[in-house]
Design a protein around this ligand. Structure first.
Ligand code: BGC
Length: 392
């Protein structure tokens, strides 16, 4: 097996998608006011109270890592008012993960903002980055002993959310859109997020001993006919801007699900196909290899951590087939000398897919009335891959 002995094998979630009752966040409002037919997150899957059980399920299966996020809207529900009780809640999550034998991979921002922050015009408003920096400073007090911290999840998708919020005061990026159906993230917003990331890295390096990076939504772009001009421009605005900004970080999180072709007109939509996943994405397990190789090249060799990869499907056999093919592509990349430190599957639990409960990405199903957890065969399968440190 070419994978390093201390390779991380885990699963990932984000606070707003699983915790429930995230009333003080902008997403709670967006779900009610966007004008788009969005389903509410509500109690989500009550991970806020049930995280010990969820972590135990991952550990019992054989995984050794868990990626979750800290919710800024809970830590700072009103501007400048930090909740000590919520800080302690997330510290307990870190300790519980460790006690279960799971390496905590902690994300400080995963799409949702405090409602007050969004109401003040968010990231691009004067002082936007300073507010985030103060939150990072505060939260760094509970990160003692945490080895992996991601500052911002998918800044490229977050820029789109910012653009949409500014355009329509909604901020919703509907679930299940592909790069072909979304506007191209705008560079100015992206640069503000780069600044926020750099500030956060500085604070975390001063206050903690964690490896610090951020996680990028990679489209696994492939150059199609006539794309000599479109490819570099789109690739830059969609992801290279963010990957390049990771040079000098301790790691970069790569997140990929499908691949997209760029031709002379731009990103080519995925054709309708019975093979498409529940959210309409083409079935492309090879996307992971493309994404890893691209991230390695653009970051000039920053260590990579797969912080998300998975498939929205109701057919768990298909999840296993997709993941096992994706892992073969990961292994091939490692054999070619690319430094990959771990694989964190998206997602641990079936969860709130940003306005839609339909696309199920989880290794664990949840009855949303009783909150009873039902691990799927894919969880045991991934656990056995973890135990043998790779697909055989
Ligand atoms: C996000 C997750 C999301 C997943 C599947 C990523 O863009 O980080 O929050 O659920 O993709 O759509």
């Amino acid at each position: 097996m070419p994978l390093p002995k201390d390779f991380l094998w885990g699963a990932a979630t984000s606070a707003h998608q699983v915790e429930g009752g995230n009333w003080t966040s902008d997403w709670w409002r967006i779900e009610r006011t966007s004008g788009a037919p969005l389903e509410p997150s509500g109690d989500a899957v009550d991970h806020y109270h049930r995280y010990p059980e969820d972590m135990q399920l991952l550990a019992d299966a054989g995984l050794n890592a868990y990626r979750f996020s800290i919710e800024w809207a809970r830590i700072e529900p009103e501007k400048g008012e930090y909740s000590r009780a919520q800080l302690q809640h997330y510290r307990r999550m870190i300790d519980t993960a460790r006690e279960a034998g799971l390496e905590p991979v902690v994300t400080l921002h995963h799409f949702s903002n405090p409602a007050w922050f969004a109401a003040e015009s968010g990231w691009t408003a004067p002082g936007g980055v300073d507010h985030f920096a103060m939150y990072v400073e505060t939260v760094s007090s509970i990160l003692d002993g945490v080895d992996w911290v991601a500052t911002i999840n998918e800044p490229n998708i977050l820029s789109l959310m910012e653009m949409m919020r500014q355009a329509s005061s909604s901020g919703a990026v509907a679930s299940g859109l592909t790069a072909a159906q979304m506007p191209i993230p705008d560079e100015e917003t992206g640069l503000v997020l780069v600044e926020a990331h750099r500030r956060a890295v500085e604070i975390l390096r001063a206050n903690t001993s964690a490896r610090v990076g951020w996680t990028i939504a990679q489209q696994a772009f492939v150059a199609g006919p006539g794309s000599e001009e479109t490819f570099p421009r789109i690739s830059w605005l969609w992801e290279d801007l963010y990957l390049q900004a990771s040079r000098g970080d301790d790691f970069v999180g790569t997140q990929s699900y499908t691949s997209q072709t760029i031709d002379s007109n731009g990103v080519v939509p995925h054709p309708d196909s019975p093979d498409n996943t529940l959210n309409g994405w083409a079935y492309r397990p090879d996307a992971l290899g493309i994404a890893l190789r691209h991230a390695h090249e653009v970051t000039e060799g920053v260590p990579l951590l797969v912080t998300e990869n998975g498939i929205a499907t109701a057919d768990d056999e298909r999840r296993i087939a997709y993941t096992s093919a994706a892992l073969r592509h990961l292994t091939a990349a490692v054999e070619d000398g690319i430094d990959v430190r771990g694989y964190l599957h998206w997602s641990a639990l079936d969860n709130f897919e940003w306005g839609d409960w339909g696309p199920t990405f989880g290794l664990i199903a949840v009855d949303r009335e009783t909150f009873v957890r039902q691990p799927k065969p894919s969880l045991a399968w991934l656990g056995s891959v973890a135990r043998s440190n790779g697909v055989t």
